[in-house]
Design a protein around this ligand. Structure first.
Ligand code: ATP
Ligand code: MG
Length: 183
């Protein structure tokens, strides 16, 4: 599975609708300090259900909305689409048959967050569920940011185990067991 493109609008510094294609298996994003490189990664994590504003380098969840600049007024909502190529069938369940899966999250100034899967409104849990066991996800090892290697090295055994369990593909079974036990 591969991330094919990101569409952003009103998200952090990307006030105007912006389409970023990832046409090959390896893409580098270059640019001067503050141009928005890390913001694109924040956007990916945000759509995959990141619920901590701190992990997105903000104070509150609405800090992801473009908050104005010298030339531009703030806007009322942020929205990001992630378009995945699923032609290898990595995403299972009801999405296995789709060669392309599009996820969208948007948030308004009132703090109302909405998620969509291939254009249909869904819950945050539907988004996190389809990634369980794939190695992708808001807090998975597929995004390695500054300082993460040292955090991993210094992490407590139980924190490290969460990463190993996701890499081994057993976290989805643990999640299902938790759900069954809570029924
Ligand atoms: P570096 O090379 O220093 O890591 P970068 O390219 O990763 O830089 P980012 O951290 O992605 O840069 O972008 C930071 C910019 O995004 C800052 O100019 C900041 O003002 C802007 N920014 C962040 N949040 C918002 C927001 N809600 N509204 C408007 N601009 C924002
Ligand atoms: Mg950066």
């Amino acid at each position: 599975m591969r991330l094919k493109a990101i569409k952003l609008a009103g998200f952090k510094s990307f006030v105007d609708p912006t389409y970023i294609p990832f046409p090959t298996n390896m893409t580098g994003i270059l640019g001067p300090n503050g141009c928005g490189k890390s913001n694109t990664i924040d956007a990916v994590r945000w759509v995959m259900g990141e619920s901590s504003a701190k992990n997105l380098r903000g104070e509150s969840m609405t800090d992801v909305i473009f908050n104005g600049s010298a030339q531009r007024k703030p806007v009322g909502k942020a929205s990001v689409d992630l378009i995945f190529d699923n032609s290898d069938g990595t995403l299972r369940g009801e999405y296995a048959a789709f060669s392309e899966v599009a996820l969208r999250r948007q948030v308004t100034r009132e703090g109302q967050s909405t998620y969509y899967l291939n254009g249909t409104k869904c819950r945050r849990k539907d988004i996190t569920d389809i990634f369980l066991g794939t190695g992708l996800g808001a807090r998975s090892y597929s995004i390695i940011e500054q300082g993460m290697i040292s955090r991993l090295i210094e992490s407590k055994p139980e924190e490290l185990r969460v990463f190993i369990e996701e890499a081994a593909g057993i976290s989805k079974y643990k999640e299902r067991r938790r759900e069954t036990e809570n029924r």
